[in-house]
Write a protein that binds this ligand. Structure first.
Ligand code: PLP
Length: 416
């Protein structure tokens, strides 16, 4: 006799499951393939993920251990420990944020990703539109769609260095627009918004009564210049939400410690959401985060300097290439490589680069159609290994270009 369960399917899943299962989730397939090959002992250079190759600085690790040993293993302040929120507020003020930002403007959450998700739940209703420059970080689509809101993509032009133009954003505004989501410094391109563009976007937000959501996870990894935060612009404090974390700047991706800075009313909503979802971040991790803010800046400055040197190594190695070009980032840990001259789609190029040359990168299209023709590589291996990866990229690109030229050449005596 067949068991009653053997061919029965489960009851239906919520429609939410469809809205969060987009392309973003499959973007990582090439990375998982590269990891599997590396685990088999093959010579694979993995440049497909944004996880720093540095260890979390030891003083931070020790702070967590000490905190655990001292019994910080219980429920804690759902909004985040006041001492940590004060440090985050100070960090925000020091990174161009509004001068009056204090602990009441901060909620501590499990990474910037959790901050983005929680913010979206508190700001967006079904049918709302959120304007997002594209290419964009892969999770944004699912985050926005999880709420029933709709992402409205504004293409960034490769020929303008992927810098957003306020006029394009303005053209996308409709009566249903609720928010503009800006990531600066930007993943995947590493570009930063200029103060003038921030001002124009702020004007649009004021004129159309919009939220401005800012993902600033790479704010501490700017190579040249200062980070600007639009909440310090006139009339913007009440409509700006800035999300960040320690993941990238402090090599703490696995600790899951991030935050949201915004108006106190939003903090109350986030606390209510956290009450039914998270119930506060682990106290020993919050204590480690306090140590991270107290960490002498040298450790952080050294990491930033190292990313910068790696960026320069890539630029230098590919400088004379006739088939690929670099778009040097102003910040962060990624770099876009222009492979349009190969004649291949970026997915096909990325697959071939991994299969035949042992380097994994992400296809630009994973971040949006406007990044077609570019691949993103992470600056997360040492400079020498990066140079080797660049040589392989260049070799692969030359092969592809040669083959597509051959394929395009008409055969003697044949007419079409
Ligand atoms: C632009 C951007 N936002 C958010 C995140 C998520 O960061 P976290 O580890 O703090 O959740 C990432 C991670 O790669 C990112 O690149």
């Amino acid at each position: 006799m067949r068991s009653a369960d053997s061919h029965d399917t489960s009851p239906p899943y919520a429609q939410l499951t469809q809205r969060i299962a987009g392309e973003g989730a499959s973007a990582w397939n090439i990375h998982f393939r590269a990891k599997a090959r590396q685990a088999r002992g093959e010579d694979v250079i993995i440049l497909s993920v944004g996880d720093p190759d540095f260890d979390t600085p030891p003083t931070i690790v020790e702070a967590a251990v000490t905190s655990l040993r001292s019994g910080a293993t219980h429920y804690t302040d759902v909004q985040g420990k006041p001492a940590l929120r004060e440090r985050i507020a100070a960090f925000h003020r020091g990174h161009g944020g509004h001068a009056d930002t204090d602990a009441n403007n901060v909620a501590v959450l499990a990474g910037a990703q959790c901050g983005l998700y929680a913010t979206a739940q508190c700001l967006l209703d079904p049918g709302d539109e959120v304007i997002i420059p594209e290419p964009a970080y892969v999770t944004y689509e699912a985050v926005v769609q999880s709420t029933g809101a709709v992402p409205v993509w504004v293409p960034l032009s490769a020929d303008e260095g992927f810098q957003p133009r306020a006029a394009d954003i303005e053209a996308a505004i409709t009566p249903r627009t609720r928010a503009i989501l800006i990531n600066s410094p930007h993943n995947p391109t590493g570009q930063c918004l200029t103060p003038a563009v921030w001002e124009s976007i702020a004007t649009l937000c004021r004129e159309h009564d919009l939220w401005l959501i800012v993902d600033a996870v790479y704010a501490d990894l700017i190579f040249d210049g200062e980070h600007a935060s639009p909440d310090s612009l006139p009339g913007m404090r009440k409509r700006t939400v800035v999300i960040s974390s320690l993941s990238k700047s402090h090599a703490m991706t696995g600790w899951r410690l991030g935050w949201v800075v915004g108006p106190p009313a939003l903090m109350s909503h986030l606390v209510n959401l956290a009450l039914c979802m998270l119930y506060g971040c682990q106290p020993f991790i919050q204590d480690a985060a306090i140590a991270a803010f107290d960490e002498p800046p040298t450790a952080i400055a050294t990491m930033r300097q190292t990313y910068r040197q790696r960026r320069d190594a890539v630029v230098e190695t590919l400088r004379d290439s006739e088939v690929v070009a670099t778009l040097p980032p102003a910040a962060g840990m990624f770099m876009m490589i222009d492979i349009r001259a190969t004649g291949l789609s970026t997915h096909a190029f990325a697959d071939r680069l991994l299969d035949e040359h042992g380097v994994s990168v992400l296809a630009g299209e994973a971040f949006g159609p406007s990044a077609a023709g570019f691949v993103r590589l992470s600056l997360t291996v040492g400079a020498e290994r990066l140079r080797e990866a660049c040589r392989r990229v260049e070799r692969c690109a030359r092969e592809c270009q040669g083959e597509s030229r051959l394929a395009a050449r008409p055969l003697n005596g044949m007419t079409s």
